[in-house]
Design a protein around this ligand. Sequence first.
Ligand SMILES: [Zn+2]
Length: 291
Amino acid sequence: MIARLDGLLAGAVVEGRAIAGFNVFGLDEAIEVVAAAERVGAPVILMTNKEIVRSIPVEVLGPALRAVAERASVPVGVHLDHTYEFPLIYRAVAAGYTSVMFDGSQLAFAENVARTRHVVEMAHACGVSVEGEIGSVSYNEAGSTIKDEPTDPGLAADFCRESGVDAVAVSIGTVHKLTDKSAAVDRGLLAEIAAATDTPLVIHGGSGVPNEDLRRMAQGPVAKFNIGTVLRRAWGDSLRAEFEQNPGQFDRYTLTRAPLRALRKRAEELIALLANGPVPKGIGTKTGEST
Ligand SMILES: [Zn+2]
């Protein structure tokens, strides 16, 4: 069943768990992620990221992901991640996304508040939830100009109150696109932010966070983790192995069976971990193993 971000996160906060938001790059990936959530019996969020919208328009992705969500037996959100310009947000709202993120993290505070507030007013009028960002989560990527700026708890409180966002991404030491679990999470800062605002908190760069930190933060103040790299890696490593084992194989459908199974397994492990269920077997905790 399809679900809005505000309702999903309110439930997560009350129940002391967090919801996984996964970047998906195709319909087959979306279907596997939802199957993983159904096996665990927990909600999940399908996310469109800023890379995939360059090749597939939100007018195609939105209705397709909604169709996947509507068929699910668990609540599923359809979210457009990191946007910087209003036109894409207008198009995503019209295309059926249940939430959008406006990322004003690179702007001055007043400008971030003003632009985010505009998005909130427009999106709420259409029944769509909004995530903002205060502080800035950097990228493990050559040439990235995105700042690494820890979130100030007082500014976070002001930002949430003045913008009216349904969820807020905060910077507490995580980094986007880490391929190992090397993020040094500042849980003290997270606690200060949580004490300053009632708005549900979102952590980006979930792939780089050690499992024990994921679990503790999910039990505590974090309502949503954005996770991308771990699924890309599961898919890509498996596809590489398929090519090596079957050098004559050219068929896309055949080649992608094992990568999709690998992706689903990782998604299932993480959904269960964040839902505070029993730790499933096979969750990697070794250094260098990304989950
Ligand atoms: Zn992000």
